[in-house]
Ligand binder design. Structure first.
Ligand SMILES: Cc1ncc(COP(=O)(O)O)c(C=O)c1O
Length: 391
């Protein structure tokens, strides 16, 4: 079978690969602790499930408008406006099959071949790949744990060329858990002010998952460039709705229209029943979000402390999302040649699945998700400590 060249240019998702490997071992009866997956272990809250059941009973199982139902687009616009100080209407919003799909449509709609997107690294596995799939060139802005993964105006400005279309932001960040402070966001605003065609794309999928710090919107901090900030968000992480596949994007009308054209010739609308559930998630009671957050925070503290206590492991305290991103490079020596080999060793020896940092452009690191029970956080970190001790 001749497969198109475009597939060979794309790296498969390392996160999904680790989850698949862990699931396979588990199916063979091996007791594996999965720190690989990026999804809440909680069930979708009852009010959301009930809204989906009621919608089915009402007969929603038909096509909806390509960009999503009028009710959901309006609710998303209002919700995003409250968070970002923007003035979007329903016509500025398109609902897609998860935030990943929103990003795919967005880059397909924005980028011509060779257009550049600046991506601060360590970064989510999919940004460089989706940019490349759309014909664009990812330009990596390297950040350092010593700076708590922040960057300044000079570091960003240096990377802007006439081909730069956008800077990609993700706060809280997957994998580092970093939440951008106002200073970093102001630096972005200054660079955007100096480059009138430059856009900021902000993936805020973890925006509600912050612990003891305040989340800031790049649009709100820089109102003078807010019309060039494109918002990507969704219900997957905050409402434990990963499998429902609803994400959204808000931005200028002509961009949303272009994304609607692409979506209209690919997936058509996202699932009608999932849209009804997402509407309930956004407009309904938010107490389950607070309960899940409180539990994530408890686990975060334990995982952070346990990992930090392992000799030679360096780790910046995560402030958001549900990941720890330790630097294990001191253990990547001798027979363990890199973080991919280390992740394999931890899976085989420690029976713990972690995602190698290489997938996030951070060799020597590993990403561990604490979206799993406290018991498994405790047991899994103990297994890692023991496996590393034996190296
Ligand atoms: C940073 C980031 N953005 C987007 C997504 C995708 O979200 P969704 O499940 O809505 O497609 C993820 C999921 O892992 C993520 O970590």
């Amino acid at each position: 079978m001749k497969i198109a060249d475009r597939v060979a240019r794309i790296q498969p998702s390392l996160t999904l690969a680790v989850s698949a490997k862990a699931a396979k071992l588990r199916a063979q009866g091996v007791d594996v602790i999965a720190f690989g997956v990026g999804e809440p272990d909680f069930d979708t809250p009852d009010n959301i499930k009930e809204a989906a059941i009621a919608a089915l009973a009402r007969g929603v199982g038909k096509y909806t408008p390509v960009s999503g139902t009028a009710d959901l687009r309006k609710a998303v616009a209002e919700e995003l406006n409250a968070a970002h100080g923007t003035k979007h209407g329903a016509e500025n919003v398109i609902v897609s099959v998860g935030a990943k799909h929103s990003l795919f449509n967005l880059f397909m709609a924005l980028l011509d071949d060779g257009d550049e997107v600046i991506i601060p690294s360590p970064c989510w596995v999919s940004y460089p790949e989706i940019v490349a799939m759309a014909g664009g060139t990812p330009v990596i802005l390297q950040t350092r744990p010593e700076d708590r993964y922040a960057f300044d105006h000079a570091a960003l400005a240096r990377l802007v060329t006439p081909r730069t279309r956008a800077i990609m932001l993700n706060s809280p960040c997957n994998p580092t858990g970093t939440v951008y402070g106002k200073e970093t966001l102001r630096a972005i605003g200054r660079v955007m002010a100096a480059n009138p065609n430059l856009l900021a794309i902000t993936d805020d999928i973890y925006r509600r998952l912050v612990y003891g710090v305040e989340w800031h919107s790049v649009a709100k901090v820089n109102p003078e460039v807010a019309d060039r900030v494109i918002l990507v968000d969704g219900v997957s992480k905050s409402y434990a709705m990963t499998g429902w596949r609803i994400g959204f994007c808000a931005g200028p009308k002509e961009l949303v229209k272009a994304m609607d054209t692409l979506q209209g010739q690919s997936t058509t609308n996202p699932s009608a029943v999932a849209q009804a559930a997402a509407l309930a998630a956004i407009t309904g009671p938010q107490d389950s979000v607070a309960l899940m957050n409180a539990e994530f925070d408890r686990r975060r503290k334990v995982m952070f402390e346990r990992l930090r206590a392992i000799p030679q492991v360096k780790l910046v305290e995560p402030e958001g999302a549900f990941y720890c991103f330790p630097d294990f490079s001191a253990y990547c020596t001798g027979k363990i040649k890199d973080d991919v080999a280390l992740a394999e060793y931890l899976l085989e020896k420690g029976r713990v699945a972690v995602v190698p940092g290489t997938g996030f452009l951070a060799p020597g690191f590993a990403r561990l998700s604490y979206a799993t029970s406290m018991k498994l956080v405790e047991e899994g970190t103990a297994r890692i400590a023991q496996a590393l001790k034996e190296l």
